[in-house]
Design a protein around this ligand. Structure first.
Ligand code: F6R
Length: 241
């Protein structure tokens, strides 16, 4: 793992955007694996700026997102499809037909998962996968457990995650309890992985991801087995390293 420690969130966002931009510049047809949540918002703003200033072009780029809540349509303001449109896709020159987010309203969930993995395989896998990390060490919605699943699958969210995500909803009762998520197999197959984390609340999870034993109870620790991971964290998140 290559670790980059930045002064603050702003610098983290710029460094992460530059990493992503490198992939886009070196391969105009790159397949980007993207994440939602608070961590990547600054990075997406920076990518939007670069695109508007003509530094990077998204016209032939494809994106694949990690996860989506079950039961929320793409128009729901808390859905991850809405988040991606609002924080990135609506502001760059990407063709939305080339942006994939699992469908949380799919009638046949098993089929949706199978098709999502087939789509990723069809695209040749992701060239780079962006990840945030949960306070409990989850990546995408692969929560700490005795076993982890390789493919895209339906999962329940832990109390920790529901609490952490309640900040985006009017009340905790509105947070969906289940989601579709890419599995560890899909994530680990990416050619390169970028993990971003900011703030003291992430320090324990970051320490376990970087230095801890590899365990399904700490899904992010699995990343130690990937050959090209860049961890970009601010000083607060790096506090326990
Ligand atoms: C989001 C995702 C999650 C988040 C994680 C951190 O697509 O897959 O694993 O990356 O929960 O969330 P934030 O960035 O909000 O702290």
């Amino acid at each position: 793992m290559k670790i980059i420690i930045t002064k603050n969130y702003e610098e983290l966002s710029k460094v992460a955007a530059n990493e992503m931009a490198e992939t886009i510049k070196s391969n105009p047809k790159a397949i980007l694996g993207l994440a939602t949540g608070g961590s990547p918002i600054g990075m997406y703003k920076e990518l939007i700026r670069m695109n508007k200033e003509g530094e990077i072009d998204f016209s032939t780029i494809t994106t694949v997102n990690l996860d989506e809540y079950i039961g929320l349509s793409g128009e729901h303001t808390q859905s991850y499809r809405y988040f991606m449109n609002d924080n990135l896709f609506n502001h760059i020159n990407i063709d939305k037909k080339n942006t994939y987010v699992p469908n949380g309203l799919a009638e046949n969930i098993e089929e949706e998962c199978k098709n999502y993995d087939a789509k990723i395989a069809d695209l040749g896998g992701t060239d780079v996968q962006l990840l945030g990390i949960g306070n409990n060490g989850h990546i995408a919605f692969n929560e700490p457990d005795q076993e982890l699943v390789a493919g895209t699958h339906l999962t329940g969210l832990t109390e920790d995650t529901i609490k952490a995500n309640a900040r985006f909803f009017d009340s905790i009762d509105e947070v969906p309890k289940t989601a579709l998520t890419m599995g560890l197999g899909g994530i680990m197959k990416s050619k390169k992985i970028i993990v971003i984390a900011s703030g003291e609340g992430k320090a324990e999870a970051v320490k376990a991801m970087v230095n801890g034993k590899i365990s399904t109870n700490m899904p992010a620790s699995m990343l130690q087995m990937h050959r090209d991971v860049v961890v970009i964290i601010d000083e607060a998140a790096a506090k326990l390293l």
